[in-house]
Design a protein around this ligand. Sequence first.
Ligand code: UD1
Ligand code: UDP
Length: 360
Amino acid sequence: MISFVLGTRPEIIKLSPVIRECERRTIPFSILHTGQHYSYEMDRIFFEELELPEPDFPLDVGSGLHGEQTGKILAGVERVLSGHRPGIVLVQGDTNTVLGGALAAAKLHIPVGHVEAGLRSFDRNMPEEINRIVADHVGDFLFAPTGTAADYLRHEGIPDEKIFITGNTVVDAVREHLTIAQKRTDLLSRLGLEEMEFILVTAHRSENVDVREKLMGILDGLAAVHEKTGIPVIFPVHPRTRKMMEEFGLYLPSIRLIEPLGYLDFLLLESNAALLLTDSGGIQEEGCVLKIPCVTLRENTERPETLEVGSNVLAGTNPHTILDKAMEMINRNPSWENPFGDGRAAKKIVDILEDKSLIQ
Ligand code: UD1
Ligand code: UDP
């Protein structure tokens, strides 16, 4: 059987198409939830909205320093997998859950499949860069979303037979939920927003929001964009960011701060936004897929395909650059091609696993 090891918002969303594909084919699987994310709006809401089965093995690891959190995940996943011995462990992305999950499985000689393999920012200050490199190098089945990601893996000496270009399951998830999301139009009226007449923001990267000057730079940039365009800026705030804004005493009256949203509400806002301003990985991709221009509040990205097709530009955290790039992107013609696949990544992943007789 397959064991899915997941624990954060993006992993739940991006693994949901693979889990569903297993359900469709009646392939036995279990879900091991590390508990890295645990607040209702960062975790449970996605199980409910995406109609996913309850986790079989909840670990309740919670928040903590990197070593502490990863150590608890490693020990917890090892304990569960030792008793359970699935045919393969699947992890997705680049969180501490991925690092702990992949390492625990590899040490037990259980094959590891890494969904969204081969992404590189070439910036090892990001905890995620270390996590994704380790997961790729202990992994046995590397499901690269694009040719670029596959090339990065080859350049690191990973043999071709481990690399499979599948597209990104983010496309599957968007395609499966957009129509359902678009029926929730009452959200726009509840928030007093008009289609294509608001800007949607998210920010949560530790290297951005844990540093006072950078977080202030982002907030000043948002205020400048609001002042210049006159359109509402709406910001569902990640709990890390909320905590740091309180700690630094930062507040911004001109920006609408709201609680993090469920996936369906978030998709509705994203697909109706004039512009996305974000440091999220998944939102750079979703903007590209939904044809909504994106300004990334970082100096680099592990999603260079979005820059190449023209759906995304980098702005960093300088308020002047954020304003310039926002003005450059807000009227961009969304004529780009989506480089992340045709929405059948989950099918391809499960086909490969069946083909290799890892699951029956
Ligand atoms: C993690 C991932 C990041 C991913 C993000 C998705 C790592 C190193 N980082 O970052 O790659 O982009 O998830 O959102 O794995 N908190 C809550 N409730 C929760 C979860 C977190 O209040 O359910 C607060 C806690 O104060 C916690 C802080 O957010 O200390 C950070 O949580 P953590 O999981 O460590 O990192 P994220 O910033 O969420
Ligand atoms: N998302 C959501 N509600 C929100 C913000 C984001 O459902 O309030 C979704 C978004 O659609 C995307 C994913 O969460 O699929 C991105 O997660 P996040 O930005 O936390 O992590 P990253 O992609 O940077 O790892």
